[in-house]
Design a protein around this ligand. Sequence first.
Ligand SMILES: NC(=O)C1=CN([C@@H]2O[C@H](COP(=O)(O)OP(=O)(O)OC[C@H]3O[C@@H](n4cnc5c(N)ncnc54)[C@H](O)[C@@H]3O)[C@@H](O)[C@H]2O)C=CC1
Ligand SMILES: O=C([O-])CC(=O)C(=O)O
Length: 317
Amino acid sequence: MAKVTILGATGNVGIFAAHTISEIPYVSDMLLVGRPGREDFLAGCCRDLSDSFAARGTDIRLSYSTNLADTKDSDIFICTAGMPRQPGQDRNDLAFENAKIIAETAETIGRSSPDAILFLVTNPVDVMTAVALKYSGLQPRQVFGLGTHLDSMRLKSLIARYFRVHVSEVHTRIIGEHGESMVPLWSATTIGGIRINHLPTFSGLPAQEMIDTVRTSGEAIIRDKGSTVYGPGEAIATLVRTILGDENRILTVSSYIKSEIHGIGDVCIGVPARINRNGVFPVPLSLEEDEVAGFKESVVKIRKITAEVMERLEAAR
Ligand SMILES: NC(=O)C1=CN([C@@H]2O[C@H](COP(=O)(O)OP(=O)(O)OC[C@H]3O[C@@H](n4cnc5c(N)ncnc54)[C@H](O)[C@@H]3O)[C@@H](O)[C@H]2O)C=CC1
Ligand SMILES: O=C([O-])CC(=O)C(=O)O
């Protein structure tokens, strides 16, 4: 059984993630962490969630805190703390402001919970994963971000609708940045176990339109309803279940790669990784030429933003 701590629990994604994670049978304790001054709101969240646990018959010890010192025995931290983007902003516009929050938080967690897993949701998630890895001092397997898992789910849903099949029949992946330079892996896309380009209807597939829809999905939801919540909240729960259940699923998350993909590495970015109770392990891959080219471009972009943020963080210390 495990203790799960949610940082940024008073936010839209954090509180819905608390709800989705509470359905995971391996969770015995849940700690909601918010900023000082938010005690009443956190207390209200605990009462409200407890009612839902009772209605569902879930038995989880739920508590809240505004002090990181209380997080000590956590097995897994989910970090949703930080600014969300506003309509018209790019996720990368948040990089430095959110990096300051993540660096400070990760430093404390690394010192007080050296065996924990640290799961980043805060955007831009690839850069935040690198910042958390550096400032926590944890091992690469212990630190990862939601990466392109949600993007992969969005593409899966579009493909399933196009071919009129159940979503569980579709396997697909998007790798690279959780952002503009994301790269769809059509070579790794199957429907009912059959490679998508072996299906007669493949020639009519509006592939570019689909990937454009995925690319702009977060932006469109934020424009229409203020924030993305249900997609990320469920995606977060999938990852937490995979870890705590030691499931060894291969999901596409932001992880530190050394050189696993065509010799490309030294960056935190969305890649397929085997995930279990010990953490996240990128899977070496062989891709099509155009996919490698797209991935390289994405890596160059994320490396540059990450380096700039790291430099500014060091200068600000
Ligand atoms: N990677 C992904 O796929 C997704 C990432 N996100 C990201 O998750 C983050 C949270 O999004 P929302 O919950 O919608 O935002 P929100 O504004 O509703 O919540 C943000 C939370 O961060 C906390 N926070 C803000 N500044 C802080 C500081 N200086 N120190 C500590 N805590 C602080 C707030 O108190 C609040 O609890 C954003 O960065 C957003 O872009 C959101 C959805 C999907
Ligand atoms: O778009 C955003 O800013 C939130 C996010 O990352 C997503 O839902 O994909």
